[in-house]
Design a protein around this ligand. Structure first.
Ligand SMILES: Nc1ncnc2c1ncn2[C@@H]1O[C@H](COP(=O)(O)OP(=O)(O)OP(=O)(O)O)[C@@H](O)[C@H]1O
Ligand SMILES: [Mg+2]
Length: 262
């Protein structure tokens, strides 16, 4: 069953001198329940731009994006926000946890925007999720007292706490050492699989890409399915810092929780 479908999607922006820049060209992609997809591409190939489209944070310049067979580009921004909040979980390279709030409060945040049972039982649900990532004993800790791997596990718990059907991860292991990254990614893969969610990981890390069942390569805005995880890629960390990053906060709630951490 298809959750997300992209048909001939493009994204073009206008540069300051008024020339157009085609970032994504003719993207076709179908994401099904339980899929695990990796997308590998060089810095500047359009990965984060694509992730913002997949997560309904941006609209394509042309083409169509269907979520549950609903043409999302035609939806009001309020309806797109609601779909995103309920059905999409985001995980970023820099964790993006809210400082000054405990691990448990961070995981609870998306549930503040839920309704009914999920809202009223938010503390218990968040605690169960923290337990699933092995951090129940650190529930009262502030993010800056946790290691990088622990922070990413809290971020995973937060991304999954509302039971999203689509999980989008942008360089989820980019700030972790190889071993920690691999542990965190295996955990993410396990919880995603247990919940039946589809997982799309954008990555330079071949260990992350290899965990996926379907592999794509993004090359200058063109997305191609490949048989095995592509072994790119050396990207200068400095170059990444310039072109990468969390979605533009002006788009609203990146975690579907109505709140942006900075
Ligand atoms: N709003 C914008 N205006 C102008 N150029 C943009 C805009 N958004 C993205 N770009 C450009 O589009 C290209 C793709 O950007 P994107 O952030 O999607 O790359 P990326 O593959 O995620 O790179 P990285 O691996 O470094 O994170 C880059 O050259 C970037 O400078
Ligand atoms: Mg990027």
């Amino acid at each position: 069953m298809s959750i997300l479908r992209l048909e001939s999607v493009t994204r073009t922006v206008e540069l300051p001198d008024a020339t157009p820049l085609d970032i994504l060209r003719g993207i076709d992609l179908e994401v099904n329940v339980g899929d695990h997809i990796s997308i590998v591409g060089r810095s500047g190939s359009g990965k984060s731009t694509l992730l913002n489209l997949l997560g309904l944070l941006d609209k394509p310049t042309s083409g169509a994006i269907y979520f549950d067979d609903v043409h999302t580009t035609a939806l009001s921004s309020r309806k797109r926000d609601r779909t995103r909040g309920r059905d999409v979980g985001f995980i970023f390279q820099q964790f993006n946890l809210l400082g000054g709030r405990t691990a448990l409060e961070n995981v609870m945040t998306p549930l503040l925007y839920a309704s009914g049972r999920q809202f009223w039982r938010r503390e218990r649900i968040a605690m169960e999720m923290l337990d699933r990532v092995g951090l129940a004993h650190r529930a009262a800790s502030m993010p800056d007292k946790l290691s990088g791997g622990e922070q990413q596990r809290v971020a995973i718990a937060r991304a999954l706490v509302r039971g999203p059907r689509l999980i989008l991860a942008d360089e989820p292991t980019g700030a972790l050492d190889v071993e920690t990254g691999s542990t965190v990614m295996t955990l993410l893969d396990d919880v995603a699989e247990a919940s039946g969610a589809a997982l799309i990981a954008i990555t330079h890390d071949v260990n992350v890409a290899e965990l996926a069942r379907r592999h794509y390569r993004l090359d200058r805005g063109v997305l191609t399915e490949v048989d095995t995880a592509p072994t790119l890629i050396v990207t200068a960390p400095d170059a990444r810092a310039i072109t990468s990053g969390a979605p533009d906060p002006s788009h609203g709630a990146p975690y579907g929780n109505g709140e942006v951490s900075k």
